[in-house]
Design a protein around this ligand. Structure first.
Ligand code: AHR
Length: 678
């Protein structure tokens, strides 16, 4: 554990309480407090309950809130190929700049020609604004690349790249410059690595034409050198570290509504994300000009972060990849009527996309798509096991299409677990229609989504207790507590209620096989949706309270459920349970019992923990106690204070008897060693 996972453990070399504490452990029934307990949690240890899937707590990414371009994908230049519908989106230009359309990359054909302005006192130049500015850090290196040639009749041309602060009182705006010569009439890639002399979150990239000779420029790019795993054109390191620190069990991508697109032409097309980034065609982002109140008309997908990258990053963070494909529906929120979707008899291309995706992920290198994967750098299969068919779809128009997919997939790829949807609501008409349909179609998992207020989270402590054990398993694929009365920002109380709700996921791990909070990322200057798991600006990032709740679960998943009840009933926030929620798991690898207790009430609660079914020599030894709490229920970690609210871990040596109290509004977690148990 490091500072970025949990607050560091505190160890005292000598603790006078220790002896008393261990003496208390000597009895099979161990009470935290000597005095009266208002609640008792009996943890049955005679036998293990259901196994908990390794996929259980995962992550879900969608390119919303500038999550990919402008976020995880570390490219700093917006519209690097001039192929946005308005070729100069993101750019300013001066002098003699012309957009041309016969560039070296057929699927991104635009480029610019910079020619002399015809006047010695008028510069021809370009300036790129980046994503809410271009963030650079002092002494860090940046890789500037571009493709270029000089037009016929010229031998060479000179340019000067600069990083500048557009709004400043300094004498000169530029703080870094490098001059380069472009030679020859053939397109070539040029590269220079520059070091920033200062930290500036909102700089601008400028390119000046020097001299009188014209030059053609294409795919102008700037990346930090220090990316995740040091890859050229790679992913933002701090954000990837946050994902890896989660130790997620699964990784769902690429969305969300972007799977569907505002219309079918702009659906996420995974095949367009293959091969060299220069020739991945641009796609409109579903979230760009969809809201008037949060209007981002310059939000597009370069696909620089594509399916190959998603599979690779899943592998690198140890998560099962869980891609989602379009089922032949454009976004159902934005389109009404069959005409907006693919006709049911016309689904072949879409079904083939799903089949080809499996080949891309798992096929050997002699297959068409397996070969592409190998050419991209990964001859070994990615071992994909799950496939989402459709995002958050609903209605008979979904069911009729899904059936066609399932028919073919079962025939050709019975090894792949298919994930269907129960629609956008946690209950109600669509949900009640879809679950029986999912059972009839016999999908393997059903993806449930719930963005709900506090009252809902408080009332759902028993949600899965009575689900049909014979049907498909549950994937809680998108959920977050959306605070009522406009309190949709990330805050501690919302995360606490999410923690409470998650005891129910854990207790029902026989049927709940995966759960992913949503959405994953948000740029503070460009979000469309909140709350989100991780926030960032151009240089800094912060893990929200919800991140730490997810991490507490993901790091303490255990291998088996343990039955934990009060008088035979789970603690699930029900009447008479004083706002307590609890679950317990056994970790057969570490020989640990992990008990999670969430107290959402405003009073501290005493909970007596009773372990039954253990042999005399198997007394649980407390390893540590983790508590997660904020006095300010509406506060969250911030970019300026990213560790304001983080879990506190105390080792057993530091535990005194008052740990019997689960403080008000607290997520408490107790880890015990039980040697000699399986
Ligand atoms: O995560 C934001 C959106 O919420 C997703 O795109 C969609 O699946 C859900 O409605």
């Amino acid at each position: 554990m490091d500072a970025n996972s949990y607050a560091s453990k505190t160890h005292n070399s000598y603790n006078p309480m220790k002896k008393t504490f261990l003496t208390a452990l000597a009895s099979a029934t161990f009470a935290f407090a000597a005095n009266a307990q208002s609640h008792e949690l009996t943890i049955e240890m005679k036998k293990n309950g259901a196994p908990i899937q390794e996929t259980m707590y995962g992550l879900f990414i969608e390119d919303i809130n500038y999550a990919a371009d402008g976020g995880l994908y570390a490219e700093l230049v917006k519209n690097r190929s001039f192929d946005f519908p308005h070729a100069f989106t993101g750019w300013k230009f001066a002098g003699n700049v012309e957009v041309r359309h016969d560039g070296p990359f057929d699927r991104n054909p635009n480029y610019v020609r910079l020619s002399s302005s015809g006047h010695g006192h008028k510069w021809t130049a370009l300036a790129n604004e980046g994503f809410f500015g271009i963030g650079v850090e002092k002494d860090k290196e940046y890789r500037f690349t571009f493709y270029a040639r000089v037009p016929e009749g010229y031998k060479d041309a000179r340019i000067r790249m600069e990083l500048a602060i557009p709004v400043t009182n300094r004498e000169g705006q530029d703080f870094l410059a490098h001059e380069m010569t472009v030679s020859g009439n053939e397109w070539k890639q040029y590269e220079v690595i520059v070091k920033s002399p200062l930290t500036e979150p909102r700089s601008e990239l400028r390119i000046f034409l020097l001299g009188n000779n014209p030059v053609d420029l294409e795919h102008i790019s700037l990346f930090p050198v220090d990316t995740w795993k040091g890859r050229k054109g790679g992913l933002r390191k701090d954000l990837m570290e946050a994902l890896a620190d989660m130790k997620p069990g699964c990784f769902r991508f690429p969305g969300g509504c972007i799977v569907e697109g505002t219309d079918l032409d702009t659906r996420y097309n995974w095949k367009n994300t293959l091969g060299p980034v220069e020739n991945r065609p641009l796609n409109e982002n579903r979230w760009h000009y969809t809201f008037r109140y949060r209007f981002f008309p310059d939000y597009f997908q370069t696909y620089g972060l594509g399916f190959y990258e998603y599979f690779l990053l899943s592998e690198e963070i140890g998560a099962e990849p869980l891609p989602v494909v379009n089922v032949g529906l454009s976004c159902q929120y934005q389109n009404y009527g069959e005409h907006a979707h693919v006709a049911v008899d016309n689904l072949e291309e879409y079904i083939q996309d799903a089949i080809d995706l499996i080949e891309f992920a798992n096929g050997d290198t002699t297959t068409e798509y397996g070969k592409i994967r190998a050419q991209m750098g990964h001859p070994e299969p990615f071992n994909m096991k799950f496939l989402g068919v459709g995002n958050e779809q609903w209605g008979p128009e979904y069911v009729v299409r899904l059936e066609k997919f399932v028919e073919r997939l079962r025939k050709e790829h019975p090894e792949i677990a298919i994930i269907g949807s129960s629609g956008p609501n946690s209950e109600g008409h669509d949900f009640d229609y879809l679950w029986p349909e999912m059972k009839r179609i016999n999908v393997d998992l059903v993806d449930e989504h719930f963005y709900r207020p506090e009252t809902w989270f408080l009332s759902q402590g028993n949600r899965y207790d009575n689900y049909d054990r014979k049907g498909p398993k549950v994937f809680a694929g998108e959920y977050a507590c959306h605070g009522a009365n406009g309190r949709k920002w990330n805050h501690f109380n919302a995360s606490l209620l999410e923690a409470a709700f998650m005891t129910n996921l854990e207790r029902n791990a026989d049927i709940v096989h995966m759960a992913t909070y949503a959405p994953l990322f948000a740029h503070v200057d460009g979000w469309q949706w909140r709350p989100d798991l991780i926030w960032y600006d151009n240089l800094r990032s912060v893990r929200s309270c919800s991140y730490y709740v997810q991490q507490m679960y993901a790091h303490n998943t255990g291998t088996h459920v343990l039955r934990a009840t009060e008088a035979g009933t789970p603690l699930a926030g029900n009447d008479g349970q004083d706002g307590l929620f609890a679950s317990a798991v056994w970790d057969a690898n570490k020989k640990e019992v992990i008990v999670k207790v969430i107290n959402v009430s405003e009073q501290p609660q005493e909970v007596k923990l009773t372990f039954t079914g253990l042999k005399k020599n198997q007394q649980p030894q407390l390893v540590d106690v983790t508590t997660y709490h904020s006095d300010d229920l509406y506060a969250d970690n911030t970019l300026d204070n990213p560790t304001a609210i983080v879990p506190q871990v105390k080792s057993a040596e530091n535990v005194t008897l008052d740990v019997a109290n689960v403080p008000a509004k607290t997520f408490a977690m107790y880890r015990f060693k039980v040697e000699g148990r399986k």
